[in-house]
Design a protein around this ligand. Structure first.
Ligand code: EPZ
Length: 422
């Protein structure tokens, strides 16, 4: 099994380029099969989850071609299956994003209950409710959901009981090809959603209000193919900013869009991090004083503090002076990695599934650790990079799912990290 060996304490410096956004690419791929014409997707991150999504397109009979690094064409005209293979579907939560295009174009889809990060129960009840609202029939077989819409989907009004990023994206995709108008109430507002809607509109869809809580979609008969480019990965950008804040006096993060992280920068400033923000870069500079605790960190749907940066920010707060509290409002299982941080020397109390109190600063020591999920994994990697001594990290597949060849990129900045096969 592959592991990372990390020796902590090395200062970082230099430049690191942010890749295309994982959580945008994973939706643009299914969005390509809303049409039977070829689509091109650019700035695609070369990561495990994206590779799996391309495999899914091919498993359905579609054709995927790598035109050059980061640029792929998808030809959906040869798709001749509507059942998602069990093994792929189980391992990849975003397999659920194929329901909308398959249901809208072929009137039928079979999908295993999706797996994915263990950051909570991760139900798909709102997907099922949403598709039913658009006229689909849903039968839950043993391990599969079987959805049918033989006479096509019909526009309707769907009220989200809570904000959901992927359900919003799924409903926008499905409603684009439904008969009549669909109204989404309390939709998610992430920048990846606005960008998805822009691309679908360029391909003939009629979507208004994406990026706000109220979205209206006028269904059309078909969509054309087109060219789509992944926006910069805001989670990579924030992750590298935290690495810089802990280990660098001069780290420039390029090819990013800091405007997608406005609330995050307010938290970083409050913690005493010194940085300069440009249009497409962030420059982490030498800090003037110690890091400061923040007693009321709270994750929130966009534009609030993104849940995917909660774990890296918690690692930063273990090095801050004083008591911090982090309230993870989105997922009920996204704080359990803190027990591994405590094993490394942190002083964190898990108050309940949603809140931790962090007493800092605390010296961290290298340990045998493992990556419970993608974002906790990178947070523990950051902890190992600041810890004294050697850490060995297992289950690094979780990190490869979301961070393209991470050890090469960090080595270039000065980190002491290598991948071994044990
Ligand atoms: C997306 O997940 C992202 N994944 C997550 O990033 C991100 O953490 C999350 O949004 C919140 O920002 C992708 O875009 C591929 P939700 P998603 O539906 O859409 C509950 C990463 O590390 N819910 O917005 O799955 C759900 O359990 C990943 O890159 C239901 O109850 O999250 C959660 O508590 C992790 N029923 C809440 O809603 C449903 O049918 C919000 O989740 C769907 C969701």
């Amino acid at each position: 099994m592959e592991k990372f060996i990390i020796n902590g304490g090395n200062k970082l410096s230099g430049k690191i380029k942010v890749t295309g956004a994982k959580n945008h690419a994973l939706k643009l791929i299914p969005a390509a099969i809303l049409s039977e014409q070829v689509s091109i997707i650019k700035n695609v991150p070369e990561i495990e989850d994206v590779i799996k999504m391309f495999e899914l397109v091919e498993a359905l009979g579609g054709k995927v071609k790598k035109l050059k690094p980061g640029t792929y064409s998808i030809d959906p005209s040869t798709i001749n299956k509507t059942a998602i293979p069990y093994d792929l579907g189980r391992r990849l939560r975003t397999s659920v994003m194929f329901i909308a295009p398959l249901l809208a174009r072929f009137g039928e889809v079979k999908i295993p209950h999706p797996g994915g990060c263990m950051i909570g129960k991760r139900p798909i009840d709102m997907f099922i409710e949403g598709f039913k609202q658009l006229g689909a029939r849903v039968v839950q077989e043993k391990d599969y959901y079987h959805l049918t819409a033989k006479s096509g989907l019909k526009g309707s009004k769907y009220i989200f009981r809570r904000v959901s990023v992927t359900v919003t994206e799924a409903m926008i995709m499905a409603a684009s090809l439904a008969k009549g108008k669909t109204e989404l109430v309390f939709a998610a507002c992430e920048p990846e959603i606005s960008s998805l809607a822009d691309y679908l509109n360029k391909r003939g869809a009629k979507i208004k209000g994406a990026g706000t809580h109220a979205v209206e979609i006028e269904g059309v008969k078909e969509l054309k193919g087109g060219e789509m480019t992944c926006i910069p990965d805001r989670i990579e950008c924030g992750t590298f900013a935290i690495m810089g804040a802990l280990l660098s006096d001069d780290l420039k993060i390029t090819n990013c869009n800091p405007a997608h992280l406005e609330v995050f920068w307010v938290y970083l400033k409050k913690a005493g991090v010194n940085f300069e923000i440009g249009k497409d870069y962030v420059h982490i500079l030498k800090r003037k004083g110690a890091l400061q605790a923040i007693p009321d960190v709270i994750t929130h749907e966009y534009p609030g503090l993104v849940s995917d940066l909660q774990a890296p920010l918690t690692v930063l707060l273990t090095q801050a002076n004083g008591l911090s509290m982090v309230h993870e409002t989105i997922f009920e299982g996204r704080l359990f990695y803190t027990d591994m941080l405590n094993r490394m020397g942190a002083d964190i109390i898990l108050c309940d599934p949603h809140r931790v109190v962090i007493n800092g600063p605390s010296k961290l020591y290298g340990r045998e650790i493992e990556s419970p999920d993608l974002r906790a994994g990178i947070a523990l990697l950051i902890a190992a990079m600041i810890a004294k001594g050697e850490s060995k990290m297992a289950n690094i597949y979780q990190i490869d799912r979301g961070y393209a060849n991470i050890e090469q990129r960090l080595k270039k900045l000065g980190a002491d990290i290598k991948r071994i096969d044990e």
